[in-house]
Ligand binder design. Structure first.
Ligand SMILES: Nc1ncnc2c1ncn2[C@@H]1O[C@H](COP(=O)(O)OP(=O)(O)OP(=O)(O)O)[C@@H](O)[C@H]1O
Length: 229
């Protein structure tokens, strides 16, 4: 589903590359944690998957296509097939919960009828039934993140990218969010999550890929956050 072949990424004016000869293969349906110190290259990795950046060398494949060679007009379609969730939720503050989720479908041209049936279904899936008419600032942080996940998942993307999704949440709320991501993963969606949350990684026992100075220093099935090398 996601394949990096000797991928390096150097930003202009930076001494050492943000990613350095990274080779990784993520199968469809896997759940992968990306860990490593701040600045180790996690966000760069995620941005390359979304083609927000292009590699300086090497190849990035998503769903079998080398995305560096994807025509510019096909990039929006690639991004639509990848849901994204961030630490800071990024909801539209002037829209209700339902409108936030519906918006993701409107921008890809879905009709009223489909939106009217899919949005409540998705809100129920994330545990927000009955809260569709609330505004984001009337929700707890955990609930806001559920809205963000509903919005990311509403068109059933093949990949869900989560960059520090529990970074602003307390441990109990974080566990709820991880259960939800696990449930989404079980529908067949590949989940790639960058995190500093050791407790969560140790609890979930999923594949762990650790980056250090842009290099993969560990790729462990059913891994833990910290590992004695
Ligand atoms: N747009 C950019 N321009 C220049 N340098 C960048 C850019 N984005 C990231 N970098 C550099 O690339 C390296 C990797 O950064 P990256 O954001 O990928 O790390 P990270 O592991 O996601 O960090 P964090 O955990 O703090 O989010 C860092 O040295 C960073 O300063």
């Amino acid at each position: 589903m996601i394949r990096f072949e000797k991928v390096s990424k150097a930003y202009p004016g930076q001494g050492s590359p943000a990613l350095d000869q990274v080779t990784v293969d993520v199968e469809k349906g896997e759940f992968v944690f990306l860990v490593g110190a701040s600045g180790s290259g996690k966000s760069t990795f995620l941005r390359l998957v979304l083609r927000e950046h292009r590699p300086s060398s090497g190849r990035v494949y998503v769903a079998g296509k080398e995305i560096n060679r994807l025509a510019a007009w096909k990039v929006p379609r690639l991004r639509r097939s990848i849901g994204t969730v961030f630490q800071d939720f990024r909801l539209l503050p002037n829209k209700t919960v339902s409108e936030n989720v519906a918006f993701a479908l409107q921008v890809i041209g879905k009709g009223h009828k489909e939106i009217a049936s899919v949005v409540p279904e998705t809100l129920e899936l994330v545990g927000l039934e009955g809260k569709g008419d609330r505004m984001p600032d009337e929700l707890s942080g955990g609930e806001q993140q559920r809205v963000a996940i509903a919005r990311a998942f509403v068109n059933r993307p093949m990949i869900l990218i989560a960059d520090e999704p529990t970074g602003n949440l307390d441990p109990t709320t974080s566990v709820g969010i991880m259960k939800l991501l696990d449930r989404i993963n079980r529908t067949g969606t590949t989940v790639l999550m960058a995190t500093h949350d050791a407790g969560i990684v140790d609890q979930m026992r999923k594949r762990v890929i650790e980056l250090e100075d842009g290099r993969v220093v560990r790729d462990q099935a059913q891994g833990v956050y910290g590992f004695q090398h």
